[in-house]
Design a protein around this ligand. Structure first.
Ligand code: NAP
Length: 583
């Protein structure tokens, strides 16, 4: 007679589904750090739909998503699913797995009970009209990441997946290796192969950020397998050997350069020239490492804010910067002149569809993709593995945890088709950049606009503004304007012409006017020539929060306040700071 529950590591006879299973559960009442959020419980094995499969999990991969799921931020994944009609008041995470098929739904044809599989994490409703019409499921509104946005991920004896998620397990990999690579490798595959004319091809050069990281280590191998040349970016020479063994032609230590960050303003000729010097030296380094004067056809991006300006600059004419994350920040500054004149492409990319996942997996089956497993954990250590990630103290490379497998090293049943030598991962656990929220966080769209709540205490511009405008004329000299600023202890002067505010001269404008000129030349310039034309205004009745958004959006520190369309005062960030600290 079938048992109701099997112990961990006690494998049920093939195809026998017990009523209950062991699992690591997250519940809303214990949202918090991983060692508290994850608890072992026994739950019912879920029923499956006609296109679904139950996989007996041998090992599961560890990803950031479930650190965030455990914290309950930025979304309460349990609450979100309950709202959508799913009844379970818990979350079983896990978006990477290796295991054995134990049950298939009646419409399933491409896997059968007993197949050894790895699982990709892309799910969608097969009845979605977009998907039915042959559209890329990655664009379907029904797309969900299994084990994060869906329940019953791989941190349990059985996981519920769509049949299309199952791919053959590479025979030469043990269970924990096979559970480690799919999420990162499929993401890297779509980035490199998914974008038409810009897909990586033989002879191309690809610059890969974070070459020793999860995505980067996969990207190096995928680029190499395409017959192209990978150049790896890393933060220390201790990672060079690892990237070279994975197939990089050469490596660059990003700490040898210091021009990172958002672009200086294009009007800031000194700052821009300094940036240009830095980025050109970086470009020359790429030539040196390559051994020829060539620009990368593809730049593989995920750091985002601090590196995008450089990536766009060094990318070849007609090339592509492809980005799947903004680990250092989301505001990408781009010098559009380089984008349009050299006709480069800045392409966003997110996970992968089934076809792309299968193509990636072919590489793994052929022995051409090392899973870059840095550390495997026992089932009991699952919260510890997540805690290391939470604390940014996890080792470089990919991590996994045993579930059904009783010991490390089990599950390999063959030799790889080609000889593979596992490169030794760099020892350090220093991560300079904490992980941001998962990218599957719902992004507000047009339809959600009304649901967005704006926190505001009701303060209006008129409550804080400085009345009276300190102004100059367009023909006043910079020397006069500077004196006015110093005498009145203000940061900007409004330029009035014929009773109308036509521009603003700010401290920044004065400083920029001095660039490349002697003090005398700068002092002789006219306000009208150096002002920032147009005058950003707000009405005195405007909410202070709206005025602040206007300023941050335009990167300015003050607005001219109007009443009945006449300028009557100024509101500045300094006024807002005063209000915030309660003075
Ligand atoms: P990872 O293993 O932590 O590697 C990231 C690498 O980025 C690090 O090894 C680091 O290498 C490099 N790095 C850190 N700070 C940097 C900086 N300031 N400038 C340049 N490089 C920097 O993470 P991962 O698994 O590769 O994932 C990378 C990002 O992609 C994450 O934000 C992740 O959430 C996202 N992701 C997105 C998808 C998707 O489908 N959209 C899928 C997977 C991952 P060095 O210190 O050696 O330079």
């Amino acid at each position: 007679m079938a048992k109701e529950l099997y112990d961990l590591g006690e494998m049920p006879p093939l195809g026998e589904i017990p009523e209950k299973m062991h699992a690591w559960l997250i519940r809303a009442e214990r949202f918090g750090k991983p060692t508290e959020a994850f608890q072992q419980e026994v739950v019912n094995v879920p029923p499956i739909a006609d296109d679904e499969v139950l996989v007996y999990v041998m090992a599961a991969g560890i990803n950031y998503n479930n650190v965030w799921a455990g914290l309950g931020i930025p979304v309460n994944v349990i609450g979100a699913r309950n709202k959508a009609g799913e009844p379970e008041d818990f979350h079983i995470g896990g978006s990477d797995a290796s295991g054995i098929v134990y049950k298939v739904g009646k419409d399933v044809t491409h896997v059968k009970v007993g197949d050894e599989v790895v699982v990709h994490c892309g799910t969608w409703d097969r009845n979605c009209p977009w998907v039915k019409n042959g559209g890329d499921p990655m664009y379907s509104p029904t797309f969900r990441i299994w084990g994060y946005e869906t329940n019953y991920g791989s941190f349990a004896q059985f996981t519920k997946v769509q049949a299309q998620q199952c791919m053959p397990k590479p025979k030469h990999m043990n269970w924990e290796e096979a559970a480690a690579y799919v999420l990162v490798a499929a993401t890297a595959w779509r980035m490199l192969h998914g974008w038409g004319a810009n897909a990586v091809k033989k002879g191309d050069v690809a610059l890969i950020w974070g070459g020793a990281g999860g995505l980067g280590s996969m990207a190096i191998q995928i680029v190499k397998a395409a017959g192209a040349t990978p150049i790896a970016m890393v933060s220390g020479e201790d990672k060079f050997d690892y990237c070279m063994k994975l197939g990089a032609k050469g490596c660059i230590n990003r700490n040898e350069f210091d021009h990172w960050g958002m672009l200086p303003h294009w009007k800031d000729s000194v700052g821009y020239a300094k940036w240009l010097k830095g980025v050109r030296a970086f470009g020359a380094k790429i030539w040196e490492v390559l051994g020829e004067k060539r620009a990368p056809n593809i730049v593989f991006e995920h750091p985002g804010e601090t590196t995008i300006p450089t990536s766009i600059f060094v990318c070849d004419t007609g090339g592509m910067v492809v980005v799947c994350a903004g680990t250092t920040g989301y505001n990408a500054t781009v010098d559009l002149r380089y984008l349009w004149m050299r006709q480069k492409r800045l392409q966003g990319s997110h996970f992968a569809n089934a076809e792309q996942s299968y193509q990636m997996n072919e590489l793994a089956l052929r022995g051409l993709l090392d899973p870059c497993l840095s550390r495997a954990f026992t089932y009991a250590e699952l919260p510890v593995a997540h805690q290391l990630m939470h604390d940014n103290k996890h080792p470089h490379g990919n991590m996994s945890v045993l579930v059904g497998a009783t010991q490390f090293g089990q599950g390999a049943s063959g030799q790889p088709p080609v000889h593979v030598e596992h490169p030794i991962l760099p020892k350090g656990d220093i991560h300079t950049t904490p992980h941001p929220y998962p990218m599957s966080e719902p992004l507000p769209g047009i339809a959600e606009a009304e649901a967005i709540t704006i926190a505001d205490d009701g303060t209006r511009v008129k409550d804080l503004m400085h009345r009276g405008i300190i102004a100059c004329g367009p023909d006043d000299t910079v020397a006069q304007v500077a004196k006015l600023m110093i005498d009145k202890e203000i940061h900007a002067v409004v330029v009035m012409d014929g009773g109308k505010a036509t521009g603003v001269v700010s401290q920044t404008d004065l400083v920029l006017a001095r660039q490349g000129r002697s003090p005398e030349e700068a002092r002789a310039l006219l306000a009208g020539a150096i002002m920032t034309p147009g005058c950003a205004t707000c009405d005195a009745e405007m909410l202070l929060s709206e005025a602040v958004s206007l300023m941050t959006g335009r990167r300015m520190h003050r607005l001219v306040v109007t009443e009945n369309d006449q300028p009557t005062g100024v509101i500045s960030m300094t006024d807002v700071v005063r209000k915030l600290i309660g003075a």
